[in-house]
Design a protein around this ligand. Structure first.
Ligand code: NDP
Length: 254
């Protein structure tokens, strides 16, 4: 049986671990050719090896989303190798949490650069190929923190900004058969949340327990939960779903 994304090319930023890796795996399993970029060469190589061992087509490159030249070059290579870029998932992310009075200029700028400039760089590079083909799906990974979160003034601003960015892409690109939507995850078990546990000085298990206490479905999220929502927006049949945000967090905050 042909997979849902057979014949499609998906490009994922920050695809070698965590949520990005979950998204890469889903697209590969459902028939897409997958391209992904990341900063960490070792993790990138390991993920690419796992996919190749299963017989999936993939192209993995070290590239920094904040650098427009690197991003443009990779998109060109992906287009030359696979013939199109149909789906873009802007997932690469970092946190530099701190209360406002302790937040440095660098904490602020790094988070803005990776989430906002990075997504801008990749979307601008991708739209060229998508407009040519009159087809595209852009999915930006926002966060429940877009609604505000203590210690995350930089991250909340960037993730809220991404939602406005997404809606604007939806308005500008809709007429070319391109949709843009956001997935806003809640607490997902990844290296990023592990890092948070370390920073606040508790074990990862304790952070999970504390988070789950406020999650209506009574469990934490896994990368596959987010990949599932990304796939909904990426589906060819979702062509009338445009400029939306879906919160994938096990329920509203309680
Ligand atoms: P991880 O830290 O596990 O993975 C993020 C990936 O992004 C890493 O592989 C990292 O590479 C890569 N990356 C960071 N900076 C760059 C860059 N400049 N260029 C290219 N790649 C880069 O995080 P998650 O999987 O948890 O998060 C994925 C996305 O989901 C992020 O946007 C995050 O903000 C968002 N999110 C996560 C939530 C969670 O609970 N985990 C909740 C809500 C949103 P490297 O390892 O080399 O630095």
């Amino acid at each position: 049986m042909a997979g849902r994304f057979e014949g499609r090319v998906a490009f994922i930023t920050g695809g070698s671990r965590g949520i990005g890796k979950g998204v890469v795996q889903l697209f590969a399993e459902e028939g897409a050719k997958v391209a992904f970029i990341d900063l960490n060469e070792e993790a990138l190589g390991e993920t690419a090896k796992e996919l190749q061992e299963k017989g999936y087509d993939c192209l993995a490159k070290v590239a920094d989303v904040t650098d427009p030249d690197q991003v443009n070059d990779v998109f060109k290579e992906v287009h030359e190798t696979f013939g199109s870029v149909d789906i873009l998932v802007n997932n690469a992310g970092v946190i530099r949490d701190n209360l406002l009075f302790k937040m440095t200029d660098s904490d602020w700028q790094t988070v803005m650069d990776v989430h906002l400039k990075g997504s801008f760089n990749a979307a601008r590079a991708a739209q060229k190929y998508m407009v040519e083909k009159k087809y595209g799906r852009i999915i930006n990974i926002s966060s429940t923190s877009a609604l505000g979160n203590r210690g995350q003034a930089n991250y909340a601003a960037a993730k809220a900004g991404l939602q406005g960015f997404t809606k604007t892409l939806a308005i500008e690109l809709g007429k070319y058969g391109i949709t843009a939507n956001s997935v806003a995850p809640g607490f997902i078990e990844t290296e990023m949340t592990k890092e948070t546990a370390g920073r606040i000085g508790i074990s990862f298990d304790d952070l999970i327990k504390a988070s789950v206490a406020n999650i209506p479905v009574g469990r934490s999220g896994k990368p596959a939960d987010i990949a599932n929502a990304v796939a909904f927006f990426a589906d060819e049949n979702s062509s009338f779903v445009n400029g939306q945000v879906i919160y994938v967090a096990g329920g509203p905050k309680n």
